[in-house]
Ligand binder design. Sequence first.
Ligand SMILES: *Cc1c(COP(=O)(O)O)cnc(C)c1O
Length: 210
Amino acid sequence: MNLRELRNSLPSRVKVLAVSKGQDISAIRSIASNGQIDFGESRVQEALPKLESLKDLIDIRWHFIGSLQANKVRQVVRAFDVIHSIDSLKLAKRISRIAGEEFKRPSVMAQVKFRNDPNKGGFNLEEFLDAWNELIKLPNMDFVGLMTIAPLSLDLTQRKILFEECRVLADQLELEECSMGMSADWREAVESGSTWIRLGTSLFGSRLRS
Ligand SMILES: *Cc1c(COP(=O)(O)O)cnc(C)c1O
């Protein structure tokens, strides 16, 4: 997919996150040379050496989008600017504390499951709503939005409905960002009010490893 054409076709509030997991350094450089600033990685082990090799690209903003283990929080807080995938109050508190220690202030989002999906991480909706009053008060980070992944079992119409629910909740909580939509369903997400579409294979082609 042509990045420039894609960007020009999107409403102004929709940003493209280039998901570079499973992609090599030269592929990332090639996308970056087309003016792409925001890149997403989901595995700490894989990401850190790549970030190191690419640190001459000083404009790049790195987004962490994967499941984050407690013992990897410090590395992620040091290396990433945005975290899309906070899935528990405990994790949020840890990020907040460590961000303070590291003199960092990441932008963060809560990953929320709007349907039961044993294959994916994230807060259940009820858990999230219970945690919200505490989440929003945590220091050293800016709570900017919600992230969601549609279960594979849903068809595109059902995904669009799920994405609309995410947008409605974000608006109720006065959160600007909705990180939703991937290669298979970004059009539905954009129609529902996504502000970050996370594109891997449709931008880069297939992954080397997954
Ligand atoms: C891998 C991944 C993507 C990108 O997936 P594609 O289907 O390749 O676009 C988006 N979001 C998350 C959280 C991912 O792990």
